[in-house]
Write a protein that binds this ligand. Structure first.
Ligand code: GRF
Length: 197
């Protein structure tokens, strides 16, 4: 891309609901994020994110990912991301771990959002882990993806209070609201630092 003028080209990988995907596109539409989602790839055929992409006329692909298909998924995803000339790969609720092969194709170019204040509560069910631990504050983190899961350099975080009567659902919802603001901001920050002159 031309660093001075072009919006950053995003390729999004997502497995489910796609609210972060939608929020990123909303921020782009509102002129708050200078980017373009070039392609959406989902490993789940019934993922709502695929419908959201279709509704917004964003090229979208279902590429299966299971024990037998992991390598095929990654090769196909790499091919698509290259075809669409993607600068940054955005993991927005992508539920699979990417192999070193995939990570090497986009060094320092893959960003993930995690629903906790990393390095606390890595892995699945981060909101449940936070509640069970009894922390008074949790939140969300956008970080660069490296081989160690949920451990790469942190780009941005938002803090969310945990209430004494919280359920996993209520806390998740409160964190998600912040995710929707944090992710577009973190993408812009990272793009400004890495792609602008
Ligand atoms: C978010 O909570 C995100 O932090 C986690 O997966 C969830 C995805 O939600 N990685 P959505 O599909 O973006 O609505």
């Amino acid at each position: 891309m031309d660093p001075a003028t072009s919006p950053v080209h995003l390729g999004v990988l997502a497995s489910g609901r796609g609210s972060n995907f939608a929020s990123i596109q909303d921020h782009i539409d509102q002129g708050e994020l200078d980017a373009r989602i070039e392609v959406l790839i989902s490993d789940r055929e019934d993922a709502r994110v695929l419908e959201r992409a279709r509704n917004r006329s964003i090229p979208s692909y279902h590429v299966p990912h299971d024990v037998d298909h992991r390598k095929k998924f990654e090769e196909k995803a790499v091919q698509l991301l290259r075809e669409y000339d993607v600068d940054l790969v955005i993991l927005a609720g992508f539920m699979e771990v990417l192999s070193p092969y995939f990570l090497r194709q986009f060094p320092d170019r893959i960003l993930n959002i995690h629903p906790s204040l990393l390095p606390a509560f890595k892995g699945l069910n981060a909101q449940k882990q936070a509640l069970e631990y009894g922390v008074k504050y949790s939140g969300c983190t956008v970080h660069v993806v490296t081989e160690d899961v949920d451990s790469g350099p942190i780009i941005a975080q938002s803090v969310v209070p945990v209430h004494s009567d919280d359920t996993v659902e209520r806390l998740s919802e409160r964190i998600l609201e912040q995710e929707h603001k944090l992710f577009p901001r973190a993408i812009q920050k990272y793009a400004d630092e890495h792609f602008r002159e």
